[in-house]
Design a protein around this ligand. Structure first.
Ligand code: NAD
Length: 325
């Protein structure tokens, strides 16, 4: 695993818009020493590596970037999965499931067979279900499989709340939880501006109202489709979210991030991946920070997890299992 002497190595499987936005952000932040691009379209991965390498002279640190294959995962710290099909306008993330299951069946096995010792970051949609699939196909411990989950949605929410209150989004402590999709929800009872609950900020003011905040929560749910409507795809935000997650893993930061993690009793939920605040470090999910939801928020969490489980149950798992190494 990453330490001060070992080179920090990230492998990206799926060198499309999301994968390359992540790669570009990693390069600009000089977050790793070696970056490997894998894609079913090998020529595309080679072209992307050449293009990034053309920027090497302007980069703050030396970074080895190349198009590789699955054997390159054997000493990687992170394998990030952004391969597969993306949503089109008006299409739900759940529509991608069947096609992306086939994609993951072809990817996880050779990654595991390489002896990959690190942490999977899953971005492919529907991300909560694809994270569970990665867990089952790899046979790895749950802490080593992290979905980007509601990390992007949480960033979107904080941005909108920051604009609404004219406050630095980094001082807004609010989470989006549950599915990365329509059933996600915001536990408003726990959201704070600095240390002051947002419910109190609103009740103390004539300017701010909880109804407005609920509206912003709905905007977060619709944001992905609005971006797709305007420019056909979303990729910078998720690329930055993956970069933030990578920084927390490689730096063993123990940062609290809202990721899709395997729930094993937390929030009364079992055997499901869903967005919830977790402590992230070198070994992936170090701890799940179970927060106290009020009864209506707990119901939203339960409904969202039930929906994710129903999607996952559409996948037939027989003959998919790969023996852990
Ligand atoms: P894209 O089409 O630009 O890139 C996908 C890449 O995957 C392509 O280069 C393709 O050749 C490659 N690929 C396909 N099958 C493969 C296989 N079997 N092995 C290796 N590579 C394979 O798509 P994109 O816009 O980059 O989106 C990728 C995924 O990320 C989609 O599922 C999308 O829905 C998801 N996404 C997630 C979030 C999030 O918040 N989690 C946000 C945006 C997009």
């Amino acid at each position: 695993m990453a330490n001060n002497t070992k080179k920090r190595k990230v492998v990206i499987v799926g060198a499309g818009l999301v994968g390359m936005s992540y790669a570009y952000a990693l390069m600009n932040r000089a977050l790793c020493d070696e970056l490997v691009l894998i894609d079913i379209d090998k020529k595309r991965a080679e072209g992307e590596a050449m293009d990034l390498n053309n920027g090497a002279a302007f980069c703050g640190a030396t970074m080895r970037i190349f198009a590789g294959d699955y054997s390159d995962c054997h000493d990687a710290d992170i394998v990030a999965l952004s391969a597969g099909v993306a949503q089109r306008l008006g299409e739900g993330r759940e529509n991608l499931l069947a096609r992306n299951v086939e994609v993951f069946k072809s990817i996880i096995k050779p990654v595991v067979q390489s002896g990959f010792p690190g942490v999977f970051i899953v971005a492919t949609n529907p991300v909560d279900v694809m994270s569970m699939l990665t867990l089952k196909l790899s046979g790895y411990e749950p802490n080593r499989v992290i979905g980007t989950g509601t990390l992007l949605d949480t960033a979107r929410l904080r941005f909108l709340l920051g604009e609404y209150f004219t406050i630095d989004p980094r001082n807004i402590h609010a989470y989006v939880m549950g599915e990365h999709g329509n059933s996600e929800f915001v536990p408003w009872s726990l959201a704070t501006l600095g240390a002051k609950p947002l419910t109190q900020v609103c009740s103390d003011s004539n300017e701010y109202a909880m109804d407005d905040l609920h509206g912003l929560g709905r905007d977060v749910v619709e944001m992905g489709q609005r971006i797709i409507e305007a420019k056909k795809a979303t990729y910078y935000g998720i690329g930055m979210a993956m970069t933030r997650l990578t920084q927390a893993i490689l730096g063993d930061e123990h940062s609290v991030l809202t990721v899709s993690a395997y729930l094993d009793g937390e929030y009364g939920q079992h055997d499901v991946y869903a967005g919830s605040p977790c402590v992230i470090g070198t070994n992936g999910v170090i701890e799940k920070v179970e927060i106290s939801l009020n009864p209506s928020e707990a119901l939203s969490m339960s409904n969202s997890c039930e929906y994710i489980r129903s999607l996952y149950s559409q996948i037939s798992l027989h003959d998919l299992t790969v023996s852990p190494v």
